[in-house]
Design a protein around this ligand. Structure first.
Ligand SMILES: C[S@@+](CC[C@H](N)C(=O)[O-])C[C@H]1O[C@@H](n2cnc3c(N)ncnc32)[C@H](O)[C@@H]1O
Length: 289
């Protein structure tokens, strides 16, 4: 299988400098791209993911590398990180990594409605067992003000108003049941207006839906608030975000607590090697409170 390529891997390792007597919590385990390197350095790693299918991929991968001895998988949402830490780890940790967003398999396949070409679903839940609201429900039942609010506020979609109009017109004819149909509605509007686009025109609409379905902004605020409670004094925290809304929340948190931090971007070579890394922003800081 094709594993997710960890972004800013060497920068993350340089910052944490993991050692055998240290304990790390990877709150977004994904395919364990970062965690594997921590384990190779002899550190103890707790790996959390809300998506049980990624959790399984990571466990199998770690087992296949015989690195399972110092690894403990944890399933759950990082919005509850304090409770999870309290129950399963309880000692202050040396480092916390949060690599936001989705892994490659979640973005591009799996029939979960995240990809523009998915003709079977418009779901977007990280964990269908613990979450009920889907993108399909939002798109087909929310009123024009609610849709406008999430498109403009969460994703800064400049065309939020006309796109809401197009979506509501389309759903009156036929329910919007899959991601492909929704992306087609947006694309048709662009074509009708002869608008050009660099990325897929539905990128921001999909982003806003994903953020809403998975409470991404609230969850990020929660893990940031807990980060200073679960790490040691001088423990290290690294957050990788992928869009301005997330990065703004991280920046606000750092400035509210007057933490000394560093912003690190992927190198040109990394972006060429792994294009999805182009929008990544790594912010690192220490728990000095
Ligand atoms: C970008 S991927 C992480 C990739 C990983 N660092 C690697 O190199 O393989 C993000 C992962 O975080 C998970 N995730 C996203 N939001 C989460 C949340 N609120 N709680 C727990 N896991 C979450 C996703 O399911 C996904 O597996």
């Amino acid at each position: 299988m094709t594993y997710h390529q960890p972004v800013l891997l060497s920068e993350v390792l340089e910052f944490f400098d993991p050692k055998p007597n240290q304990v790390f919590l990877d709150a977004t385990l994904g395919h364990a791209g970062h965690s594997i390197e921590f384990l190779k350095n002899g550190a103890t790693v707790y790996g959390l993911d809300a998506d049980p299918s990624n959790q399984k991929i990571a466990i199998d991968r770690i087992n296949s590398l015989n690195l399972e001895k110092k690894f403990t998988p944890l399933t759950g949402n990082f919005s509850r990180i304090f409770d999870i830490w309290n129950k399963k780890i309880s000692q202050p940790i040396d480092g916390l990594l949060v690599d936001l967003g989705l892994s490659i398999n979640q973005q591009s396949g799996d029939n979960r409605g995240f990809s523009f070409s998915d003709d079977s679903s418009l779901d977007m839940r990280l964990n269908p067992k613990t979450q009920s609201l889907t993108a399909e429900e939002i798109i087909n039942t929310w009123d024009k003000n609610q849709l406008y609010e999430i498109f403009s506020k969460y994703a800064q979609e400049k065309l939020a108003k006309p796109l809401v109009f197009e979506i509501i017109k389309a759903r009156q004819q036929k329910s919007i049941k899959n991601a492909q149909y929704l992306s087609q509605i947006v694309e048709n509007y662009y074509q009708k207006k002869h608008y050009s686009f660099r990325h897929h025109p539905a990128t921001k609409i999909f982003l806003a839906l994903r953020i809403t379905v998975n409470h991404e902004f609230d969850n990020l605020k929660k893990i940031l608030d807990s980060s200073l409670k679960i790490t040691k004094k001088t423990g290290k925290i690294a957050i990788i975000s992928f869009h301005s809304g997330e990065d703004r929340i991280v920046k606000q948190f750092i400035s509210k607590h007057r933490l000394k931090s560093k912003k690190i971007l992927p190198t040109h070579q990394e972006v060429l090697r792994n294009p999805p890394s182009r929008s990544a922003v790594l912010r690192v800081f220490e728990n000095t409170l």
